[in-house]
Design a protein around this ligand. Structure first.
Ligand SMILES: [Ca+2]
Ligand SMILES: [Ca+2]
Ligand SMILES: [Ca+2]
Ligand SMILES: [Zn+2]
Length: 614
């Protein structure tokens, strides 16, 4: 277990000898600098501490305090400051972080946030919601993306690039790297502002965090598990580190007025760092009774995998601090303005004025005005663009990455406007696709969401290769296009359906998409099945099952066996097949009992055939 003196955070000379040191949190450093610049802040901080301690003591005197059932919901906005690199993280990665933050703060049963064995571990009864309405009352997904070189070595300078009123939203700035006061020498993961800053520097209020410590999926650091933000939000609701002022606050008489001002967190001499969760550490022995350091407290510095505890005392302090400085942020009126109901669920806002049947051929000079949005997250140069080759008309949307040679893989996307599909009895999505492989294939994913992407179901995920092509694909012939068809019946109640296309660039060939439509179309998929005479027998499966079908012409065929969730279990066929009758065997021993979908993609579309395995 490595320890670094708290004072070293302020000592550049010391830090410089620790070139690659991880500095989990720079809140103390920023706090120190702010108090140097504004002595009144120190006075207000102490006044607030005294008042908060009185409120907290009164709260803790109430036996039912541990679980009041009064949850305070906080609207959140992310500002992703990026320069087109991997720091431009996806909505999915941000949603993963929101899940972890809420699990930790609510000590949600069955999650990592509920693994503490500390008897004082508690549900903080704060919860966080991505805003779905912006300050101008416009429907929003709670994520702003701003391109700026300031994403590197960022500090408070990024806050002026994008900021929503800090009295109404918790602002979180996501950056590539953080540097405070020149060459800090270490890797700072994040920092936050305390509630008492609201009277002095409301424009600085919020949290700055490194992109690769947001969430636990994609680029999110797996050993920190998204707990960097849990820690920083702890500061934002008013908590200090347990090593605040070292071993101060050791006795019953001064634990609420010294140290971290919380009596059920034993004092800690210096920050505990690293990945070894050693429960025997005891850096202050003057506390009575002498308890070991609470190494699993979210407010110490150990890796996220060690952290799982907020205590009752911390909850009381947080509620007291928030009620003193930020009470309006969780008021019902403020929640309503962000599109959140008093019970934390999302309000229904602004129904889409686009109603299916709907079709779009990308023929406009500016597809944004038609409600389409291109978000080239990580590959602005090669990403999705309007293209002068089309299946219908003269344009399509294309990702021309044939000449892309960089080794980094990127995620880039575009999405449809919100479409009300609820009037269609059998909504079917149809889209033309032209794609070829080069050395490796790109991955195209298509997802549908009814809530602006907060929750999304993948309806397609594949390497959609018509064929291997070593020359650049430019689909000037209709035969170079295929049609994807999806049954949207499971989603037919959506009044705000959004279809999102994501290409994960693995240096494949070009990809073109055209003629998007959602129409009511009974039997479209059945027609394709019938045309191929597609049959599966025996079904339910016995030892073997066979798929049998007829191809009218030689073409590329892909047949995958998938779980009903869409997860691919195995590939039965991928490549060119001759015209004529075909029979492919599926072995029972490859599959567990359950219901599967045999997904068949031909040049005329994709359909699914149900397979039952007993
Ligand atoms: Ca304490
Ligand atoms: Ca102790
Ligand atoms: Ca077109
Ligand atoms: Zn901290």
């Amino acid at each position: 277990m490595k320890k670094i003196l708290l004072a070293s955070i302020f000592s550049l000379a010391f830090i410089n000898t620790q070139a690659q040191e991880i500095i989990p949190c720079a809140t103390d450093q920023v706090h120190y600098q702010m108090k140097q610049a504004n002595p009144l802040l120190a006075i207000e901080e102490e006044r607030g501490n005294q008042e908060a301690s009185k409120i907290a003591e009164a709260l803790l005197a109430n036996k039912s305090f541990a679980k009041q059932g009064t949850v305070r919901y906080i609207p959140v906005v992310f500002h992703v400051i990026h320069n087109g690199g991997s720091e431009n993280i996806t909505q999915a990665q941000i949603m993963d972080q929101m899940r972890i933050l809420n699990e930790d703060f609510r000590k949600k049963s069955g999650t990592n946030g509920d693994k503490s064995t500390n008897p004082n571990a508690t549900d903080m009864e704060f919860e966080f919601r991505l805003a779905q309405v912006d300050p101008n009352g416009i429907r929003h997904d709670g994520i702003n993306r701003i391109q700026s070189t300031a994403t590197e070595n960022a500090s408070d300078n990024v806050k002026a690039l994008s900021r929503w009123n800090s009295a109404k939203y918790l602002n979180i700035w996501v950056v590539k790297s953080i540097s405070l006061g020149g060459t800090s020498g270490g890797t700072v993961l994040g920092y936050a502002q305390f509630p008492s800053y609201m009277s002095f520097a409301p424009n600085n209020d919020g949290i700055v965090i490194r992109a690769d410590y947001v969430g636990s999926i994609q680029s999110g650091n797996t050993s920190h598990m998204g707990r960097t933000l849990t820690h920083e939000v702890g500061h934002w609701v008013g908590l200090y580190h347990p090593f605040q002022d070292g071993c101060a606050g050791q006795s019953v008489s001064n634990c609420s007025s010294a140290g971290d001002r919380v009596c059920d967190t034993p004092p800690v001499a210096e920050a505990n760092y690293g990945s070894v969760c050693d429960a025997t550490l005891n850096s202050c022995t003057g506390d009575n009774p002498d308890l070991p350091d609470m190494i699993n407290n979210y407010m110490d510095y150990l890796d996220g995998k060690c952290a799982n505890t907020y205590t009752l005392g911390q909850k009381a302090r947080a509620i007291a601090q928030m009620s003193l400085y930020r009470a309006s942020i969780y008021s019902n009126a403020n929640l309503a303005a962000a599109g959140v109901l008093p019970d934390g669920s999302y309000a229904t806002v602004a129904q889409s004025n686009i109603k299916a049947p709907y079709s779009y051929g990308f023929e406009d000079a500016n597809i944004t005005s038609a409600g389409w949005r291109i978000q080239n997250l990580q590959n602005g140069v090669n990403g999705w663009k309007l293209d002068n080759v089309g299946y219908g008309g003269t344009k399509s949307i294309a990702f021309r990455n044939y000449n892309y040679t960089a080794t980094t893989h990127t995620r880039d996307e575009f999405n449809s406007p919100l479409i009300d599909i609820s009037a269609l009895a059998n909504p079917v999505l149809k889209v033309r696709l032209a794609n070829a492989r080069k050395n490796s294939g790109d991955v195209l994913e298509i997802g549908i969401s009814g809530d602006f992407g907060r929750n999304e179901t993948k309806i397609y995920s594949a390497t959609p290769s018509l064929s291997m092509a070593t020359t650049e694909l430019v689909p000037t012939e209709t035969s170079q296009w295929t049609t994807l068809i999806f049954d949207l019946t499971p989603y037919r109640n959506m009044t705000n359906a959004r279809i999102r296309f994501e290409l994960r660039n693995l240096r494949g060939n070009n990809t073109f998409i055209d003629d998007f439509s959602i129409t009511s179309s009974t039997g479209l998929l059945d027609n394709l099945k019938q045309e191929m005479a597609f049959n599966v027998y025996p079904n339910p499966m016995e030892g073997y099952t066979y798929t049998q079908f007829e191809l009218k012409q030689t073409q590329h065929i892909e047949i995958n066996i998938c779980e009903v969730t869409g997860r691919k279990v195995s590939t039965l066929q991928q490549g060119e097949m001759q015209a004529g009758m075909h029979s492919l065997a599926i072995n029972r021993s490859d599959l567990k009992a359950g219901i599967y979908l045999i997904n068949v993609t031909t040049q005329n579309g994709t359909f699914a055939h149900k397979l039952v395995v007993n």
